[in-house]
Design a protein around this ligand. Sequence first.
Ligand SMILES: NC(=O)c1ccc[n+]([C@@H]2O[C@H](COP(=O)([O-])OP(=O)(O)OC[C@H]3O[C@@H](n4cnc5c(N)ncnc54)[C@H](O)[C@@H]3O)[C@@H](O)[C@H]2O)c1
Length: 339
Amino acid sequence: MKVVVTGGAGFIGSHVIDALCSKGAKVICIDSLDPDIYHAPPTYLRSDVDYCFVDLRHWQPDARFEDVEAIVHLAALGGVSRASREPANILGANVLGTARLVAAARHWPKLRKIVHASSFSVYGSNYTYRVPSTGKLINGDRRAEDLLRGLFEVMDPHTGEVAEILPITEEAAPNPLETYGASKYMQELCYRGFDRSSVTLLRFSSVYGTRLRLDDGEATIIARLAGWIKAGEPPKIFEDGQQARDWVYIGDLVDAILALVMGVEAPAVINICSGTQTTLVDACEILQKVLNVRCAPDIVGGFRPGDMRHCVGDPIHFSRLLGRDPLSFSDGAILAFGS
Ligand SMILES: NC(=O)c1ccc[n+]([C@@H]2O[C@H](COP(=O)([O-])OP(=O)(O)OC[C@H]3O[C@@H](n4cnc5c(N)ncnc54)[C@H](O)[C@@H]3O)[C@@H](O)[C@H]2O)c1
């Protein structure tokens, strides 16, 4: 089977390529080797893969692509702060790049599957909380006056009772809050009306695993925490450190992509998340153990306007695809960061 993997030089794409090659697939990779990410091609590139080092914005498909059966589209420029600095570049790379790929794919007669990498950032802050005593549903807004008093939880605005987050499902309406999230949602919309093959949109929460760039300027929170602890620098954490995140292990994500490429039926949109919440303080504890470095976090208090208290997804469709539960962070961290 011939598979195109875009963004295959990157963190997730390189793992997807390794898995596809281990199953005997012939892989063509399209990757721009974005100069903000790489000073040189990464050392993990493979000799048995056909690499096209080109930006999708300028790529011209040739005869090699005519018998492609599946596409795993991962190419995108990431980072909320980069997207605010370079909106035209990020929107161009992500949206125009996807539109050009989709236009080319219409002409590939053997194509039967596209797996697209989207993101939890498309949901923005569209999370729902439940007030335990009344069952009342509220959003995750927090008042500045509460945050200034060190009251960081999401609370019923009338009674002050602390509310619990409901894991976000695929039914939640997209409402990206910034340019990167908007570009990921616009990528999803590029497939509207595409009927040449089945398409599955995977919305990834934050992913961790080997090859995660810990020192990247656009690194995710989990990459930063791991990078700081590895270097023996106490991570600086806002609020009280009880903010919770849902990190997903790369191996679980790769298993899901492989299943989809191999033809397993699945819904059109799937959250790729663990479904378990880990607080930042607990993540630091786990990382210290796994990296074997004593380096307690520095809980600096304070808050950043717009930060979300919790991010957690419902992985029901992901679990069905895997045939098991995804790993929690405490289990995945050993595989990702252990020596
Ligand atoms: N890593 C995460 O936690 C996470 C979370 C949510 C969504 N995602 C999505 O998953 C995908 C892969 O993420 P990653 O962490 O492996 O990123 P990465 O930066 O490691 O890899 C992305 C690759 O895409 C390439 N690229 C970017 N724009 C391109 C273009 N226009 N044409 C060709 N190549 C291009 C880059 O050179 C890079 O090698 C992205 O679509 C990203 O938006 C990642």
